[in-house]
Structure formats: C-alpha cells, structure tokens
Design a protein around this ligand. Structure first.
Ligand code: SAM
Length: 232
C-alpha cells in the first residue's frame, strides 16, 4: 500500500464544482494560489521552479465522495449520452480519485512564512489537496502529433451577454474587470450538466470568489442577469 500526504492546498476562485471548466487553460482568468504546508513549506523546495511558465499539479478530487468510482462514465463533453470506460476519460469518478492539470505559474511568493504559488488557467475546486508539483517540459510534454478521436478540440464558445445590472455591478467593484473576464470565460463554455441540456428551466447560479452569479441560457447565448455578494 502507498500513503500520500498533501504538500499544499489550493485556494481557488471556484467555490463550488458547478461552473469549473472541464480542463485547465479553458478559462485563463481563473486564478488560484497553492500554499505549501509543513514540512514542505520551504523556499528551497521550489528553488528553480520560477524558471518555468507552467506546472503539472497532481491532486485529489476531494469533492467526490469516497468510493464513488464507476467502471463506465458518461462524459459531459460528449453530450452525456455516450458511455466510456473510466480510463478513457478524465472523469472525477475514478478508482483512485487523482486529478492532473497543467496550469500557468504566474509567480512564487510567500504568506505567513509559507511558500505560495500563484496560478491561473485552473480547473480546481477551492480547497483541493495537492500531492505533487512538477515543471511542464515542452520538449517532452508537448506532443503536436497526439491523437484524440473522442474530444479532438476545445469546446466551441458561445456568446456571453451582461444585463445592465450585472455590468453595473462589475463596474462598481475594484476588481470588476477581472471578475467580468472570468465570468465570460466560464460561461462561454458549457457549464450546465449535460442532462439539463433539454430542460426548460434554463436559469442557473454559480459561486465565483465571494459572489453569486445568476445567469440564463437563451437562444442567443448566456445572459448574466445578476451578481450579488455571497451569503452563507
Ligand atoms: N484536469 C484534471 C484531470 O484531467 O484530471 C481534472 C479534469 S475534471 C474533468 C475537471 C472537473 O473536476 C471540474 O470541472 C470540476 O467540476 C471537478 N473538480 C475540480 N477540482 C475538484 C475537486 N477537488 N474535487 C472534485 N471535483 C473537482
């Protein structure tokens, strides 16, 4: 048997699973920090890492209840009606609930004496335990000839519109431009569960940072109706 200890934890703009992109890089404005914890919170353990633009993170899908793996899954990316072997997918419902993401390394700092990595383009839930960090090596990790028959390209984007109230809310916030950019990048994808595609109720809510974002799916795209500070 093996036993692994988290080397650190993610603090992410994604406070709940709904809305998180299905892979890293799809929302470049999605930011997170990774704070290392003792006995790994030592500056020497990341010495040299600042020379890399991207890192691989190996992490635990801690938001999936233990033991919930399935031999076959229906990837939302394929419309939710095709069953594939779990090892042919990036599903979170795996025998060992391990995730793997390549993310942008924006910088390395410290907080209360601990090492903090500043990341973007993440697809990680707030609180995610990280087991390892490895530098992304373009000569070995970038494979232009790689085949992907089932999901050959990133999903198509749809238009995202803001109501006057939502646009005004962003305009009033000190970081409102970044918030608006994040909402656009998240909603231009397809965040609703596949099984809801044909549903008539097309109103949704998601939490980003400490904001509740309410939006509707209409024929001409996603409409951000309302943004309110989260309570509870
Ligand atoms: N890039 C990783 C991989 O391939 O292993 C994750 C891919 S997985 C399809 C991405 C989804 O995992 C996100 O959309 C989000 O809903 C979910 N997720 C992210 N962090 C999680 C966590 N800590 N626990 C449970 N689910 C998580």
């Amino acid at each position: 048997m093996f036993s692994f200890t988290p080397i650190g934890y993610i603090q992410s703009c994604f406070r709940e699973k709904f809305g998180i992109p299905r892979q890293p890089g799809l929302a470049p404005a999605a930011r997170a920090t990774l704070e290392l914890v003792p006995p790994y919170a030592r500056a020497e353990m990341v010495r040299g890492l600042q020379g890399y633009s991207h890192v691989w993170l190996l992490f635990v899908f801690h938001g999936v209840p233990a033991g919930r793996w399935q031999p076959m899954v229906r990837p939302p990316r394929l419309g939710g009606n095709r069953r594939l072997g779990v090892f042919a997918t990036r599903s979170t419902f795996r025998p060992n609930p391990l995730g793997l993401s390549v993310v942008t390394l924006d910088g390395i700092g410290s907080h209360a004496g601990r090492v903090v990595l500043h990341l973007s383009g993440v697809d990680l839930l707030d609180g995610t335990p990280v087991l390892d960090i490895k530098p992304y090596l373009p000569y070995a990790d970038c494979l232009p000839e790689a085949r992907s028959a089932l999901a050959p390209e990133a999903p198509a984007w749809r238009p995202v519109h803001f109501s006057a109230a939502a646009a005004a809310f962003c305009a009033r916030q000190p970081e409102g431009g970044a918030l608006r950019e994040l909402i656009e990048q998240v909603l231009r994808q397809d965040p609703q569960p596949a099984y809801q595609h044909a549903a008539t109720a097309r109103r949704y809510g998601m939490r980003l940072y400490d904001y509740d974002v309410r939006w509707e799916l209409r024929d001409d795209g996603a409409w951000v109706m309302d943004i309110v500070p989260a309570t509870g």
